[in-house]
Design a protein around this ligand. Sequence first.
Ligand code: ZN
Length: 84
Amino acid sequence: MRPQKITFGDMREAGIRGVLVWCADYRCSHSVALSADRWADDVRLSDIEPRFVCSACGKRGAEVRPDFNWGKPIVSAMGYRNMT
Ligand SMILES: [Zn+2]
C-alpha cells in the first residue's frame, strides 16, 4: 500500500510550484525536478508516481516529493533577501 499524498492543489496553496521525482530503485536514485504546473489541483502526488519511467535505468514507478526549493534562491528560502 502506498501512503496517500497531498494533491497538487494543496501543494500550490503552500506555495510550492515544483516536484522532485526520484527513481523507485534506491540503488539508481536518479532524480529530476519538474514544474508542477502541468498537473491539475485534484491530482495527488501518489497518483502520478506509477506513470514515470526512469530515464537512467528504465524502471517504472517513482517517488514524487514536493520541491520546497523550486525557483527560489537560497536566501529567499531562508526568508531573507539581500538585493545588492
Ligand atoms: Zn532509475
